[in-house]
Design a protein around this ligand. Structure first.
Ligand SMILES: [Zn+2]
Length: 95
């Protein structure tokens, strides 16, 4: 979901995420609750693919488009997530 900037006439600029189909022109400020208009700003495409952006975006995205599975996961078999592909990290001490 894209991040939109809004300018409060009393406070400052703040950001909110909205679906592109339902982004409002005016929202209320989280600090003073006054109506704030949407601000035109440059897209920040550099953070769109980052791990931090995906982590923040995944709960809201799953609320709109949950992942569909065709079967239950096999009992006793858990997929181990590879955190790094660097072979030097295997030499690091484990907790
Ligand atoms: Zn405000």
């Amino acid at each position: 979901m894209p991040i939109y900037e809004f300018r409060c006439p009393q406070c400052s600029v703040f950001e909110e995420t909205h679906a592109m189909a339902s982004v409002p022109d005016t929202v209320s400020c989280p600090n003073c609750n006054s109506p704030s208009r949407r601000r035109i700003s440059a897209p920040r495409l550099s953070i769109a693919g980052s791990a931090a952006f995906k982590l923040v975006d995944s709960p809201k995205r799953s609320a709109h488009a949950p992942e569909v599975v065709s079967s239950l996961p096999a009992p006793g078999r858990r997929k181990v997530q590879a955190y790094t592909a660097n072979p030097l990290h295997k030499k690091l001490p484990r907790p």
